[in-house]
Design a protein around this ligand. Structure first.
Ligand code: ACO
Length: 459
């Protein structure tokens, strides 16, 4: 079966939204969703609640049938009330709905879930139930029912994130928001009675705002379809997936969480490999890889050079690079001679290149300039420990300029406190993926290497 992308744009760019179950009580889920939309959404928002005349100063409608035309309905009423609400949504002719409500297949209430499915199939596109829904950093559609003072929303950026778990998705949004990683769209898909990760992946293939797609997956209903669509999408955009529920107990937990079939971990890994989906083994890897892939080009090979201003960090990076199977090339004689003239005699011109603890921005500029022009180097892991006083603030524009000029695949490591974090944000805002440990910077490079290898195989 083909993925169904029909009307999915109504989730991300609706002109108007109705919140059914927009409660009068502050702190209730429907009240929070409505409040956040009223504050941030660029289109019209209507509250639906038969018991209220006005909510947050807005005229309230007894049913979705009474509202002016709506493109998207958000449903936050108790599970028993959902079928009737969805019948009205269908009657209204609305194109898309997010059902936040829990209490369906995930708790064994399959009959209710099937009933809703019968009502909506072929009539209205539905995300959920048992989900957080959608966050679009550009249009400000935001159905996450967690208040902004508790959950920071990420800024606009290139990473799209599809999550089968609402909690996993939302707390990652919070963490990403804090880290400054830009997100294009977030989709929490819950029990997937209609829209699933495959539909969304296909939709995101054409989404101009999305540079890479990260997926938290507990299980898929159609492995062959996931592989086929994964392969199509991966030719155009990088896809990274964290498969949860790999252990025996983890598999059991999946079935009681979203009711999905967890499947064998080995089968999933093989399917990902064959379809060009890059597998993340940990939560950290999911976003580290998605960030590198969204911002940087894939490499043309495994020949990686490490540059550092701290010897220990260079060694740790080297250890990890060996684990990743990188070819840690040495510079050719001529390049060594040129570099030698640019750095003091105590700098170490091997791989890793150690610019030492009094490196300044110019030393980095000259070294990286030389390495970026060297066709025998496929990628550079650049460690910049910003604490040293010789390194001026101009290191940020220098790294940005070099990265933009050569587009050589690069990942960066900067470890430290407040000052380092500030500079890290500045670098990331300009599209340089920065990691707090050498291991993470090297692993992120391995995502660029894997993507390059896969693209060379299929294109
Ligand atoms: N149409 C319109 N409004 C209605 C209707 C209806 N048919 N029925 C009830 N309402 C109104 C109610 O009157 C109420 O408004 P009020 O407070 O002003 O009286 C409002 O809708 C909400 O109804 P309640 O009965 O108060 O329900 P409550 O808010 O307690 O719970 C909810 C509803 C939040 C949807 C709940 O059933 C639920 O599913 N909670 C879990 C949600 C969840 O966790 N989803 C998964 C997220 S993913 C994750 O892991 C984080």
């Amino acid at each position: 079966m083909k993925p169904n992308t029909k009307n999915l744009e109504y989730f991300f760019n609706p002109k108007s939204i109705a919140v059914v179950g927009a409660s009068r009580s502050e702190g209730k889920i429907g009240n929070t969703i409505f409040g956040v939309l009223v504050k941030n959404f660029r289109g019209k928002v209507y509250p639906v609640n038969p018991k209220a005349d006005r909510i947050l100063g807005r005229r309230c409608y007894p049913s979705v049938l009474d509202t002016p035309d709506v493109d998207l309905v958000v449903v936050a009423v108790p599970a028993v009330a959902v079928p009737k609400v969805m019948e009205e949504v269908v009657e209204k002719g609305t194109k898309a709905a997010v059902i936040i409500t829990s209490g369906f297949g995930e708790i064994g209430n399959h009959a209710l879930e099937e009933r809703v499915k019968r009502i909506i199939t072929g009539k209205v596109r539905v995300i959920g139930p048992n989900c957080l829904g959608v966050y679009d950093s550009s249009s400000k559609v935001d159905t996450m029912f967690l208040p902004e003072e508790r959950l920071k929303r990420p800024v606009e950026g290139p990473v799209a994130f599809i999550s089968q778990s609402g909690a996993f998705g939302s707390v990652m949004m919070d963490a990403i928001g804090e880290e400054g990683i830009g997100v294009s769209k977030f989709m929490s898909i819950g029990n997937k009675i209609d829209v699933d990760e495959i539909d969304l992946m296909k939709y995101l293939e054409e989404d101009e705002k999305t540079g890479s797609i990260a997926i938290y997956l507990e299980g898929t209903e159609d492995g062959k379809k996931l592989m086929k669509v994964g392969k199509e999408v991966s030719k155009k955009k990088p896809v990274v997936c964290l498969k949860a529920g790999k252990s025996k107990k983890g598999t059991e937990a999946v079935s009681s969480h979203t009711g999905s079939m967890a499947g064998s971990a080995r089968v999933y890994s093989a399917a990902f490999r064959q379809s060009g989906i890059i597998e993340a083994k940990t939560t950290e890897e999911l976003f580290d890889f998605a960030k590198a892939l969204a911002y940087q080009e894939p490499t043309g090979g495994r020949r990686i050079m490490i540059v550092t201003d701290g010897g220990g960090f260079g060694i740790v990076a080297t250890d990890q690079a060996e684990k990743e199977g990188f070819d840690l090339v040495e510079l050719d004689k001529k390049s060594k001679e040129i570099l030698r003239k640019c750095v003091p005699e105590y700098a170490i011109i091997k791989n890793p290149i150690d610019l030492t603890g009094d490196a300044d921005s110019e030393r980095y500029r000259k070294t990286l300039d030389l390495l970026c022009r060297n066709e025998r180097i496929d990628g550079i892991v650049c460690i910049v420990l910003l604490q040293i006083t010789t390194l001026g603030e101009d290191i940020v524009p220098i790294l940005v300029k070099i990265s933009r000029k050569y587009r050589k695949p690069m990942t960066f490591c900067a470890t430290g406190g407040k000052y380092t974090l500030e500079k890290t944000r500045e670098l990331e805002k300009e599209g340089l993926p920065v990691y707090p440990t050498p291991e993470r910077a090297v692993k992120a490079m391995s995502a660029l290497v894997k993507r390059g290898e896969w693209l060379r195989k299929v294109l």
